[in-house]
Design a protein around this ligand. Structure first.
Ligand code: HEM
Ligand code: MTE
Length: 467
């Protein structure tokens, strides 16, 4: 094999526009990615930030690139190596944008360290109806901002002719304080079961990307009213912007329909307390949105700006993610504009005890888990099977009394049942029914989608019975 072509840093730097071609480096290798720019799943503009220079500082922010398939794509574009004199300079140590992230609870099962994504283990998840703050699942897309509560301001854009608000924390405390129990679930909860069926893109969540807290804060409808907003036909969405941002300065953002935001019965909160404490940093200190019954992605943390717009948020996470598709759609055919953004989530349940693969005692088995549905629909029943779905028993529901159309929180459930005599193994299954009689699909195959969201098939756990 012939020796690789060598380039200087200077030569690489001069290839940073479509006219000259787009080159990047990783370690000492040089790549011409001109052809790839428009194919980049994270968008051309993000890739262009690294044009003519090293990828490391950007990939340090987006650990999604830490996968072999990403390296394989890049390898196809290799054109040579940096000349030896320039190699040393390429091991340029950059400051870690995540260095200031908070310290986390060691019990959390970490799916990604940077950005931080972690879930409580099943054996802790349903120990308490209210999830303790330190083990509440965490889903961050970016570094956690470190905000000063004294200088924090929330900007609420007023309507034409109305009044924009710039609210301090003390200003927010002046609105009537509203407290509700709400379950938050990520659209990617139980994604790993979809991955096992067929590969998807996304973090490998087990069944713990869901947690429940008592949230307190000002009602969004009260704050919007103070700014002079009313229900309107031309401006139909409330857009939220976080104070966490990527290297381009793009903030995390999402939106919800104005009708939900303005409905006092929908109880959308600008929350500043979680289980009686100020919000922990990972969960949005000092203020986050809580949208009962709606997918976690819309509960914007570290809230900086609220505006009412004719269109949904233009954020990547509103328009290019958190949408569901047919199993037949792949990354070559997907048209994100063709599907609505996920808002209310479908009915969900999962088993947290016993654990998959565990050996249980013969005699009696206790099966425990959670059940929840979106849009305030109450869970009315959980069915459990010990024989893979041939026969069923009804589990006992625990948890708070639920209000009609405002069942914002999960029910925990359990079933104590004799282990059928002579069985060496059990295939335990659960499925929930909500008050619209929505049920969970029995298998993953018909609901599989390329992003691995909305994974709510019957949850199955296989256990051995001790002889
Ligand atoms: C996603 C490749 C440069 C930001 C991805 C993915 C690939 C990829 C294959 C999809 C990964 C997956 O979901 O499994 C590349 C290559 C690059 C490059 C080959 C250089 C030639 C960059 C740069 C940035 C960036 C410089 C940021 C400044 C992102 C983001 C996503 C992403 C934000 C996630 C999009 C999403 O969540 O769907 N990239 N990337 N990429 N990339 Fe890059
Ligand atoms: N808000 C901001 N500003 N940045 C984020 O990365 N992640 C969203 C949402 N709000 C996110 C955000 C997603 S996808 C989810 S599921 C929830 O926050 C998770 O909230 P938690 O970390 O408090 O559990």
């Amino acid at each position: 094999e012939e020796s690789p072509r060598l380039y200087t840093r200077e030569e690489v730097r001069s290839h940073s526009s479509p006219e000259t071609g787009i080159w990047v480096t990783l370690g000492s290798e040089v790549f011409d990615v001109t052809e790839f720019v428009d194919l980049h799943p994270g968008g051309p503009s993000k890739l262009m930030l690294a044009a003519g220079g090293p990828l490391e500082p950007f990939w340090a922010l987006y650990a999604v690139h830490n996968q072999s398939h990403v390296r394989e794509i890049l390898a196809q574009y290799k054109i040579g190596e940096l000349s030896p004199d320039d190699k040393a300079a390429s091991i340029l140590k950059t400051s870690d944008p995540y260095a200031d992230d908070p310290i986390r609870h060691p019990a959390l099962k970490v799916n990604s360290q940077r950005p931080f994504n972690a879930e409580p283990p099943p054996e802790l998840l349903t120990e308490n109806y209210i999830t303790p703050n330190p083990i509440f699942f965490t889903r961050n897309h970016l570094p956690v901002p470190n905000l000063d509560p004294d200088t924090y301001r929330l900007h609420v854009v007023g309507p034409p002719g109305g009044q924009s608000l710039c609210l301090s924390l003390d200003d927010l405390y002046q609105f009537p304080k509203h407290e509700i129990t709400v379950t938050l679930q990520c659209a990617g909860n139980r994604r790993s079961e979809m991955t096992r069926f067929k590969e998807v893109r996304g973090l490998e969540w087990s069944a713990g990307a869901i947690s429940t807290a008592r949230w307190a804060g000002a009602r969004l409808c009260d704050v919007l009213a103070q700014a002079g907003h009313q229900l309107s036909e031309t401006e139909a969405h409330v857009c939220f912007e976080g104070l966490d941002s990527d290297p381009t300065g793009t903030a995390y953002g999402a939106s919800i329909p104005l009708a939900r935001a303005m409905d006092p019965e929908a109880e959308v909160l600008l929350a500043y307390e979680m289980n009686g404490q100020p919000l922990p940093r990972d969960h949005g200190f000092p203020v986050r949105v809580v949208v009962p019954g709606v997918v976690g992605a819309r509960h914007v943390k570290w809230l900086g700006k609220v505006s009412v717009e004719p269109e949904e948020s233009y954020s990547h996470w509103q328009r290019r993610d958190y949408k569901g598709f047919s199993p037949c759609v792949d990354w070559d055919t997907v048209d994100f504009d063709s599907a609505p953004s996920i808002q209310e989530l479908p009915v969900q349940s999962a088993i947290t005890q016993p654990k998959d693969g565990e050996t249980i005692e013969s005699g009696e088995v206790t099966v425990k888990g959670y059940a929840w549905s979106g849009g305030g629909r109450a869970v009315v029943r959980v069915d459990v099977s010990l024989d893979g779905g041939l026969t069923w028993q009804v589990a006992e529901l625990d948890g708070e009394e639920q209000h009609a159309r405002k069942a914002w929180a999960w029910r925990l459930w359990q079933l104590q049942a004799p282990v059928p005599a002579g069985k060496k193994e059990l295939n335990i299954v659960c499925k929930a029914v909500d008050d619209s009689y929505n049920v969970q699909p029995d298998t993953v195959a018909p609901i599989w989608n390329l992003r691995g969201v909305l994974s709510n098939a019957w949850h199955r756990v296989h256990v051995h019975v001790a002889p």
